[in-house]
Design a protein around this ligand. Structure first.
Ligand code: SAJ
Length: 417
């Protein structure tokens, strides 16, 4: 069996490596020549624990190879990005390009799986693109279970930072266009899967992926809204949530500086784009979470104003320190991070120095160069006037609240206040 993975990013590469580690021949395909060359050297171009050793072994043992040109294979997994186009509309251009690139090399009996997060109906659309280019083959939309080519939607649900574990252990939703498509896709994933394959149709599987991330977004929005309400009443929202969660049927998530990452802040919009009339709650949740950074910035500005009013110093003499830049705790991923945006806005606004503490990076990202100063935790705690807690990294949680003597603290994660 030859398995071809199209798109060697955060999902495609770990998946390719998982098959190769089970001694299956895997050909990874990516348009990025840098990624292809790096992988063929046995190295990786993304950050993910445990991935580099699996890729190294797979390449050395000859089970994993990368190329820029699609090849003939028994199974194709498409794991390319589905970003936004225009105002929060899903852009299927990469999926379309991937489908059209494999169409010429498709052989009778092949299985094509879409893994990219996609709007409902995307798998049927992909099968249509393939069918238009290959009139000599039959597809599930016309031939049902007798089709020459099987097509399924099988979303990933791995947590960045724990991909190599979750990829194998999590249950997997398998949405075949026909029962045979589902059976073949299940058989494929069972090569490395320890979790269960749960079978449904392709539309349900597409909606399931969007639902999982929207569920989390809506629940985080609830926590974020509570944090605004509690602030008005000087109620500690963290204590409030702990207390409410003692109810056997209540389980509230944690407020924060906003929602970051590449999935939770994106996927709900796919539902909204397709069903704007019916998705009022999902849309509002997105708006609540997207507005949280603005609110945090307002709180910091108010704290700086209070600090100024209480002293005879000038604004340029006040030091702000931001704790954390990553999009969530204990990782170095700064992309789509609300903390980054907050630090940048504050530094641009503030007349004095803005320190940044981020134990997971060695240098400031480009966007903050010349605006902020990267400082150690000790230095920032000792010298800053206004503290802004943005990410609950373990290093920050290890500092006792008593050691934080500043009066002006905006704590979006309830670590010190
Ligand atoms: N966050 C909060 N409060 C919380 C939990 C999270 O503010 O109580 C914030 C985080 O700080 C972060 C954002 O939400 O900014 C997203 O973090 P996350 O850990 O919830 O999720 P991701 O984006 O790392 O991964 C999610 C996961 N989805 C779910 O848990 C439903 C993962 O399983 C998916 O595979 C991934 O999206 C994806 O690729 O879709």
């Amino acid at each position: 069996t030859t398995i071809s993975v199209i798109g060697l990013g955060y999902i495609g590469l770990p998946t390719a490596a998982a098959f190769a580690s089970r001694r299956k021949r895997v050909i990874g395909v990516d348009v990025n020549t840098h990624a292809v060359e790096t992988i063929n050297r046995g190295e990786i171009h993304i950050v993910e624990p445990e991935l580099s050793s699996v890729v190294k072994t797979a390449v050395e043992e000859g089970f994993l190879r990368a190329t820029t040109v699609p090849v003939e294979a028994d199974a194709y997994l498409i794991a390319v990005p589905t970003p936004f186009k225009g105002e929060h509309e899903p852009d299927m251009a990469y999926v379309e390009a991937a489908a059209k690139s494999i169409a010429p090399v498709l052989k009778k009996g092949a299985l094509v799986i879409l893994e990219s997060t996609s709007p409902v109906g995307a798998t049927e659309q992909m099968a249509q693109w393939l069918a238009e280019m290959r009139p000599d083959l039959s597809f599930p939309q016309q031939a049902g279970d007798q089709a020459d080519i099987n097509v399924a939607y099988c979303p990933e649900r791995v947590l960045p930072g724990q991909v190599m574990v979750e990829l194998i252990k999590n249950d997997r939703v398998i949405g075949g266009m026909t029962p045979t498509c589902s059976a073949r896709a299940s058989e494929l994933y069972n090569i490395f899967l320890e979790g269960e394959c749960v079978v449904t149709n392709s539309r349900t599987a597409e909606m399931c992926k969007l639902t999982e991330n929207s569920f989390r977004d809506v629940n985080i929005a609830f926590a974020n809204e509570l944090s605004l309400i509690c602030d008005e009443w000087q109620i500690n929202v963290w204590q409030l949530i702990r207390l409410a969660n003692r109810h056997p049927r209540v389980n509230i998530l944690q407020p924060g500086p906003g929602v970051g990452g590449h999935c939770i802040a994106v996927d709900p919009w796919f539902i909204v784009a397709q069903n704007p009339q019916q998705s009022r709650l999902i849309r509002t949740a997105r708006e609540v979470n997207d507005d949280k950074p603005r609110w945090v910035i307002e709180r910091v500005k108010a704290a700086v104003a209070d600090c100024l009013a209480a002293s005879d110093r000038r604004a340029s003499e006040i030091k702000i320190a931001c704790f954390g830049l990553a999009f969530k705790p204990n990782i170095d991923d700064l992309r789509e991070s609300p903390a980054m945006g907050i630090a940048q806005s504050l530094a641009r606004w503030h007349g004095g120095e803005t320190l940044v503490v981020e134990p997971n990076v060695e240098r400031l990202p480009k966007a903050l160069e010349g605006l902020c100063v990267l400082a150690s935790l000790e230095e920032a705690l000792a010298s800053a006037d206004v503290l802004v807690m943005l990410v609950d990294h373990r290093e920050f949680k290890a500092v006792s609240g008593n050691a934080v003597t500043q009066r002006y603290v905006v704590d979006t994660k309830g670590v010190w206040r």
